[in-house]
Ligand binder design. Structure first.
Ligand SMILES: [Zn+2]
Length: 302
């Protein structure tokens, strides 16, 4: 019991060591009260050169007062770590980006695939914006089901191929970083989550990238297409907003095993193996995703 109740103080606070007179003593504290046992009850962290160590039980033995004879003091309320609340971006900031689509490489490419009218419809539905951060770059806003903006991911695409620009560096940045909004607690939601409020009956499909969600939505509007916005962003926590809906995961070839493993533990979630079934060796090597596949099937590949 004594072992559990008294422990060396955490947090790196040091006190004067009675043996070597240096401020290197870590004291024992009472976990019930948070108080130190006594000024000299602790361990000097100069283990080799000093070695002072007086334990609570030695101290109680020497001093003749046993804390266990006294009634237990009230336990100090434990400081539960406060759940970190997500930060949000002001709607005005987002609105200011919903312009200049002729300079937006991703939207220009989307026009090549779907024609201007449909491309602009998709852009508006997913609230894709234009960023000045890099010429031609786009903002993919993550808007949650309560219409709060969790963040904006800026990415640069090639306007001819619809591929992300990764040279000479990977062009990804966040709006809150560019605008130096601090502190900012980025808590991502699913990309496209705001679309869930429109049709409660529509089945949901989840892919990895924002681009794939938008492209798939253009070709297969029977689903609400959402994106995890990253390979490792699939979590039960994120799927909570989908409770009561039919959900199908469409993993990229590279992530197939991982997502299938994840889906085993989640009810009402199935995994599509359409890519697995159709993929050639070459596709596998390239890590084909559903957008590549749909573009090819519809004769829109580069
Ligand atoms: Zn010492």
């Amino acid at each position: 019991m004594a072992d559990y109740r008294f422990a060396l103080e955490r947090g790196g606070v040091k006190h004067l060591c009675p043996a070597c007179q240096q401020v290197r003593l870590v004291r024992y504290v009472d976990s019930f009260t948070g108080e130190p046992v006594a000024d000299d009850v602790g361990r000097c962290d100069r283990e080799d050169s000093c070695g002072y160590h007086l334990t609570p039980s030695e101290y109680f033995h020497l001093s003749g007062n046993n804390p266990f004879d006294a009634p237990k003091p009230a336990r100090k309320p434990q400081n539960e770590p406060e759940p970190v609340q997500p930060s949000f971006i002001d709607t005005k900031i987002m609105q200011a980006c919903m312009t200049r689509y002729s300079e937006n490489n991703f939207c220009r490419w989307l026009c090549l695939v779907f024609g201007e009218d449909r491309a602009l419809e998709l852009t508006a539905a997913y609230q894709v914006g234009t960023s000045k951060h890099w010429p031609g770059s786009s903002v993919f806003w993550q808007i949650d089901r309560d219409a709060k903006i969790r963040g904006g991911k800026i990415m640069l695409y090639n306007s001819d191929t619809g591929r992300r620009v990764k040279e000479p560096f990977n062009h990804i940045q966040w709006v809150h970083k560019v605008m130096k909004i601090e502190p900012y607690h980025l808590q991502q939601c699913l990309f496209g989550e705001h679309l869930l409020t429109e049709d409660q009956q529509k089945p949901v499909a989840i892919v990895e990238s924002e681009k794939t969600a938008i492209v798939a939505s253009g070709f297969i509007p029977e689903y609400v297409w959402l994106a995890t916005a990253g390979k490792n962003n699939l979590s039960k926590d994120k799927l909570r907003v989908l409770r009561g809906r039919k959900v199908t995961l469409f993993p990229d070839l590279m992530a197939h095993d991982k997502w299938r493993e994840f889906a085993k533990g989640v009810s009402a979630v199935t995994v599509s193996d359409i890519l697995e079934r159709r993929a050639s060796e070459e596709d596998r090597a390239k890590g084909l995703d559903l957008a590549d596949y749909l573009l090819r099937e519809n004769g829109r590949a580069e």
